[in-house]
Design a protein around this ligand. Structure first.
Ligand code: CDV
Length: 339
């Protein structure tokens, strides 16, 4: 029998042609009395450093302009709304947009949005390297509670202060990539990433404020960072995309926030991770063409998804248990039974 020819290695097309140098721009704590202008100044400092390192896109945290105010119960909505933005960019935030244009660096920014008709959202925007807003996302999965729970050491009142997002999970073409956005708790929900990857997403940006302790149930502290890595890496792998996740970190108004900002690549591996709990930039070259392998093979959705079996995903929220009682199954014939 003639020897079998070695399989020809397919040439890799467009190798290293689409690189987006990106950064997770982690912020250390922002105090209750810190001004937006001060937070913006810190972000611009990072942008300047990003420029020196060849960064073209930066991701800032969730609610990046103020302290994480849902930790306090406030009855007076005037007090609450002091943490919200009525326009974007406001005069305080405009310098960040100008820096983006000057340095040619696009960014993701999380903030509390108050609309003209009085709606409150936990929002992020995608701003391109010319300083223009190209996309907006409003957080869908709001964690926490809506009433004061005095037994907790601090509150998590996102369900009180925000409405669930009403924009779904769009994606946008910008800066040579297909971008999607999510915010904090969204990362724990695989549907979020699948919605975006069904639109071909290549880069998902996500900001977060995650306390280092679970105040609703007892849980070892180390799990907070473990679960962060776990869901972000799984999302990157199962959707063959990059995930840039950026924390607000450190002790903020007495509450510890996990850091661990990271960039995960389509293999699910972490390519860069924060070392500190302060202002820190984590940089990586995103090879956008590296998202194709997974999208064309094991996660080729058009070939492999079986939507006829997925109706519960959109038709049901809570768990519906099977009927009570153990299923008996058919009797198995015994080897020792008389013939
Ligand atoms: N800001 C958040 O959404 N925080 C949640 C906490 C409350 C668990 C998170 O998922 O990290």
């Amino acid at each position: 029998m003639p020897p079998r020819a070695a399989p020809q290695e397919k040439p890799r097309e467009n190798q290293l042609t689409r690189i987006l140098t990106a950064a997770a721009a982690q912020l250390g704590p922002i105090g209750r009395n810190e001004t937006r202008a001060s937070a913006v100044k810190r972000m611009i400092q990072m942008m300047r450093r990003g420029k020196e390192r060849g960064v073209r896109y930066m991701v800032f945290p969730e609610l990046a302009l103020t302290t994480f105010f849902p930790r306090w119960y406030m009855e007076d909505w005037k007090e609450v709304e002091r943490f919200f933005e009525r326009q974007m960019p406001s005069a305080d935030v405009l310098p960040l947009f100008e820096a983006a244009r000057e340095y040619g660096i696009g960014f993701y920014l999380g903030y509390a949005e108050l609309t003209d008709d009085g709606q409150h959202f936990n929002t992020s925007i995608l701003v391109n390297d010319k300083g223009r807003i190209v996309g907006k996302y409003r957080k869908v999965h709001l964690p926490g509670h809506s009433e004061h729970e005095p037994q907790r050491p601090w509150q998590h009142l996102e369900k009180r202060y925000f409405q669930p997002g009403d924009l779904g999970f769009p994606v946008w073409r910008s800066m040579g990539a297909i971008h999607g956005m999510a915010i904090c708790n969204d990362r724990r929900w695989p549907e979020v990433f699948r919605e975006m990857s069904l639109q071909g997403v290549e880069v998902v940006s996500l900001g977060y404020n995650t306390p280092d302790e679970n105040t609703s149930a007892s849980e070892p502290k180390h799990l907070r960072n473990f679960h962060n890595d776990l869901v972000l890496q799984a999302a990157a792998y199962q959707n063959s995309c990059y995930v840039i996740a950026t924390a607000k970190a450190g002790i903020e108004e007495g509450v510890g926030l996990i850091g661990g900002s990271l960039i995960a690549q389509p293999s699910g591996e972490i390519v860069a991770k924060a070392q500190t709990l302060g202002d820190e930039m984590v940089v990586a070259d995103l090879n956008l063409d590296a998202t194709r392998m997974g999208k064309e093979t094991i996660f080729n959705f058009a070939r492999h998804r079986r939507i006829e079996h997925y109706s519960r995903i959109t038709g049901q929220t809570g768990v519906v248990l099977p009927p009570e009682g153990e299923v008996q199954g058919d009797p198995v014939p015994s080897r020792h039974a008389p013939a």
